[in-house]
Design a protein around this ligand. Structure first.
Ligand SMILES: NC(=O)c1ccc[n+]([C@@H]2O[C@H](COP(=O)([O-])OP(=O)(O)OC[C@H]3O[C@@H](n4cnc5c(N)ncnc54)[C@H](OP(=O)(O)O)[C@@H]3O)[C@@H](O)[C@H]2O)c1
Length: 279
């Protein structure tokens, strides 16, 4: 029976799909635009229309499988995920990718979703990844490429980052092999860096000076709104970095190494591998 992947076109999902296809798993990708996804990808996977804001898409997708991976939708995720779980009671394995700190903060949507999953008694595994290394080539990368700067409201706090490929590999194992049900894994690399150190690493890799410029929350919100972000997204991002500043993303864990039986990917190697995307 196929494994349903929701969020298949995203950062984690893309790598998860590749990893599972390499293991010859049959996949059903729940996407908002199946035609577009089918045209973009040459994967040997099936596609089905799935949208958290369209409850009528839940049953045809999750009813067809026994194992499922999902991430939460961005806007007001709790009600739609609660409804989704009603259709998922038959699953033999549900893997949810949450967030490292917000997953553990009472009142935050990812935390509420984690609680709803455990309350549902569906056999589940929860992944709590730290900040993605891929953010530096993604949304933070514009400032690096255009201004040779990292501008964030992160002060001098340290973060243990994670390569999304490691999240995907862990997720794949939870879906293919038993033994992970009932566990919550904190997925980070085995080192933590502040953003001055990250800027230094990128400078060395691209051969040009990249500077880290810490910014206060209000200035950051104003800056990102000028760049086109909504106030909600800018404020949410500042809130996430407030948790970083409290040191909640600094501690490393051994979860990736314990599960994958190898060291986690490291930031320096990621930067070296993707340096062209940072120029
Ligand atoms: N970035 C970080 O550093 C970080 C760190 C820890 C945790 N996280 C968490 O990781 C999650 C994001 O994961 P990601 O980066 O892999 O995803 P992503 O790249 O942001 O992509 C979002 C995915 O969700 C799908 N999606 C969006 N709205 C949907 C809806 N209404 N119904 C069904 N699918 C929908 C999108 O599909 P379409 O193709 O249809 O658009 C896309 O595949 C978030 O929960 C975030 O809080 C992020």
């Amino acid at each position: 029976m196929a494994i349903l992947i929701i969020g298949a076109t995203g950062n984690i999902g893309r790598h998860l799909v590749d990893t599972l296809l390499e293991s010859r798993q049959q996949l059903l990708l729940g996407v908002r635009e199946p035609e577009k996804a089918r045209a973009t990808w040459k994967h040997h996977a099936s596609y089905i229309h799935f949208d958290f804001s369209e409850p009528e898409t839940f049953e045809p997708a999750v009813g067809a499988v026994e194992r499922c991976f999902f991430i939460a939708p961005h806007d007001d995720p709790v009600p739609s995920v609660e409804l989704f779980l009603q259709h998922a009671k038959h699953l033999k394995q549900l893997t949810f990718s949450s967030g490292r700190t917000t997953g553990g903060v009472e009142g935050k949507p990812l935390h509420t979703i984690e609680q709803r999953i455990w309350d549902s008694f569906i056999p589940a595994t929860i992944l709590r990844p730290g900040w993605f290394m891929q953010n530096f080539t993604g949304w933070i990368g514009d400032d690096i490429r255009e201004e040779r700067k990292i501008i964030l409201p992160a002060g001098d706090a340290k973060t243990a980052f994670i390569d999304v490929r490691d999240i995907a590999e862990v997720a794949a194992l939870t879906l293919i092999h038993g033994g992970h049900t009932g566990h919550t894994y904190e997925l980070v690399s085995d080192e933590a860096f502040d953003h001055y150190q990250v800027a230094e690493m990128i400078s060395r890799a691209i051969g040009e000076k990249v500077e880290y410029q810490p910014m206060g929350p209000l200035d950051y919100i104003k800056r990102m709104m000028k760049k086109g972000w909504s106030r909600d997204v800018a404020e949410h991002t500042v809130e996430l970095y407030r948790l970083v500043m409290e040191g909640r993303e600094e501690e490393t864990t051994a979860d990736v190494e314990d599960i994958l039986e190898r060291k986690p990917r490291r930031l320096q190697d990621f930067i070296e591998e993707y340096k062209e995307a940072l120029k």
